[in-house]
Design a protein around this ligand. Structure first.
Ligand code: COA
Length: 262
């Protein structure tokens, strides 16, 4: 199988080499922002990952040198009512949950900005490796918003409550080295090394018993199942933001390339 089997995809690139499927979010002119098409195509790719025995492991990365993924596509936010925003967030959460619960190992190779939904996508992957230039953050508060694709839950699981609150309440970004210190990423490499190192780690993992690897993933995820209500609380609050003047001002200000006036 090669990328031609995914010929209908427009926002993702795929390539299969030695059992490792590399999935590249390919909207570099929009910092690989997650629009509806990206989510639809991620679902197509996840169907294939789950069904195709040739695929042993997966890398998710971003196209271009600047961004992994700079968040949900903010231009799709302007017309959403609270109820629709809740549904959008729940849909995104369910796609990311399929990544987190996948039986095959999935590593995020974070090659640049991983902001908002991009940080959430990376956190849904089993392991995160970063280039030195990577930057991490949950800047939704800049838009009068909160994370909606699982960020409030997974960031807290990964770095602990105090650090998670700092990142989400301030909207500040972390450098790759800071993310390493915080436990958000496992290793930092040069941009040139990143994909090779990711493939090396996956080659080690896929040399083990795949059933055992899958059960490790299931067992570790079981620790967090009790947090499931937190995800529903998150999408409810995310949807609420869409009824507020501050969210309208935040999103409009971003699209008009000016500072918001909260
Ligand atoms: N949604 C939609 N478009 C986005 C985007 C997003 N999340 N992030 C970047 N883009 C677009 C920009 O609007 C711009 O489009 P244009 O060329 O048509 O004007 C293009 O991507 C390049 O981004 P730009 O802001 O010009 O690049 P930069 O290098 O100055 O800044 C970032 C890079 C990532 C710091 C900045 O784009 C940013 O802050 N993005 C939003 C991050 C965010 O808030 N994410 C959470 C969303 S809930």
């Amino acid at each position: 199988m090669d990328s031609t089997n995914f010929s209908s995809l427009t926002a993702l690139l795929t390539s299969l080499q030695e059992g490792i499927l590399t999935v590249t979010i390919n909207r570099p002119d929009k910092m690989n922002a997650l629009n509806r098409t990206v989510f639809e195509e991620l679902e197509i790719v996840l169907d294939r990952i789950e069904a195709d025995t040739q695929i042993k492991a997966v890398i998710i990365t971003g196209a271009g040198a600047k961004a992994f993924v700079a968040g949900a596509d903010i231009s799709e936010f302007t017309a959403l009512a609270p109820q629709e925003a809740t549904q959008l967030a729940r849909g995104g959460q369910l796609v990311f949950e399929r990544i987190e619960k996948n039986a095959k190992p999935i590593i995020a190779a974070v090659n640049g900005f991983a902001l908002g939904g991009g940080c959430e996508l990376a956190m849904a992957c089993h392991i995160r490796l970063a280039a030195e230039s990577a930057k991490f953050g949950q800047p939704e508060v800049n838009l009068g918003l909160i994370p909606g694709y699982g960020g409030t839950q997974r960031l807290t699981q990964l770095v602990g409550k105090g650090k998670a609150l700092e990142l989400m309440m301030s909207g500040n970004m972390l450098s790759a080295q800071e993310a390493l210190q915080w436990g958000l990423v496992n290793h930092v490499y040069t941009a040139e090394e990143l994909l090779d190192k990711t493939k090396q780690l996956l080659a080690t993992i896929t040399s083990k018993g795949p059933g055992a690897v899958a059960r490790v993933i299931t067992a570790v995820n079981a620790l967090y199942e009790k947090g499931a209500d937190g995800y529903l609380e998150e999408v409810h609050l995310f949807g609420e933001c869409f009824g507020t003047p501050e969210m309208k001002e935040g999103v409009t200000a971003f699209l008009e390339k000016r500072k918001p006036n909260f």
